[in-house]
Design a protein around this ligand. Structure first.
Ligand code: T3D
Length: 262
């Protein structure tokens, strides 16, 4: 395994899987501009590296996956800078996940707060330890949900429940999040790394192009009509069918063997 430590994140590459760990233990992995910059750069590299098939996002320690924006005086934006801050930092980070052709697994090791909820829910598969709490902390500091949070959460739990959660700056447990379809599974802490890697290995063996297209469709399905989705699926099916993995899958079925995707 190859491990690299930048100022605020740690990157581990093992075969086709890259694991990125938010690493600011003294601030419970709060996002500052250095971390966001390092994340954007790292994720863009992983997205364009053909040897990388799956990306895992996690946080250092047991208390927090990400405690949201860094609220210390030197990091907090000034009024007049917030719109630009979101446009230049938080939104490109979100897009590096949602716009990637590769599956992202959020491996939630602790509290998920504010913008951290956006990072987690942008991922394609979410595993959490039982102790995880999602804190919709924005209104507690007089802000509104950002980093796509209101959009993701409303899609999961409906407008009224999303409004109430955001307006009261409440918390949601991992168990409630599982019931609400916001996360895929809860595993004991000692199994978190292994479960995340096992899921990554499953995705890494699947046909690469088809997975990228399925990810694209899963985002499109949230806000497109059936008629629009039929156009999207026609286009993506044509592109999937042009990949050698399609014929390999068909041949493997006919020959009664496991497929060997490229
Ligand atoms: O720039 C923009 O566009 C603004 C965007 C904003 C989007 C957002 O993300 S808003 C939400 C911001 N985040 C918060 O409001 C969360 C603040 N943190 C917490 O609520 C709690 O710390 C936790 C629930 C995450 C954990 O609680 P606990 O009791 O386990 O730990 P603690 O004692 O509160 O924190 C430990 C240390 O981490 C502490 O420092 P100290 O006293 O040991 O020196 C605390 O100040 C520091 N810390 C935790 N979160 C942050 C932080 N420092 C800076 N920024 C943080 N977000």
């Amino acid at each position: 395994m190859e491990t690299k430590k930048l100022t605020t994140i740690q990157i581990q590459a093992k075969g086709p899987v890259v694991s990125v760990t938010l690493f600011r233990p003294d601030r419970l992995n709060a996002l500052d501009v250095t971390m966001i910059g390092e994340l954007i750069e790292t994720l863009r590299q992983a997205n364009s590296d053909p040897s990388v098939r799956v990306i895992i996002l996690t946080g250092d320690g047991e208390r927090s996956f990400c405690s949201g924006a860094d609220l210390t005086q030197e990091q907090l934006g000034k009024p007049g800078e917030y719109e630009q801050h979101l446009r230049e930092y938080y939104h490109p980070l979100l897009r590096a996940i949602t716009g990637s052709p590769k599956p992202f697994i959020a491996s939630l090791n602790g509290a998920v707060v504010g913008a951290g909820i956006g990072l987690a829910l942008a991922c394609d598969y979410i595993i959490a330890v039982p102790e995880v709490q999602f804190h919709m902390a924005f209104a507690r500091i007089g802000l509104v949900p950002d980093t796509g949070v209101m959009s993701f959460v409303t899609n999961h739990i409906g407008r009224q429940r999303a409004f109430d959660w955001a307006a009261t700056a409440g918390a949601m447990s991992a168990q409630e999040a599982l019931k609400n379809g916001m996360i895929n599974e809860i595993v004991e802490r000692e199994n978190l790394v292994m479960s995340s890697r096992t899921k990554a290995a499953v995705y890494a063996k699947m046909p690469k192009a088809a997975l990228g297209f399925i990810k694209q469709m899963s985002h499109a399905a949230v806000n497109h009509t059936l008629d629009e989705m039929l156009v999207i699926e026609r286009n993506l099916q044509e592109r999937a069918a042009a990949e050698p993995d399609h014929m390999e899958g068909v041949r493997a079925f006919l020959e009664k063997r496991n497929p060997e995707f490229s």
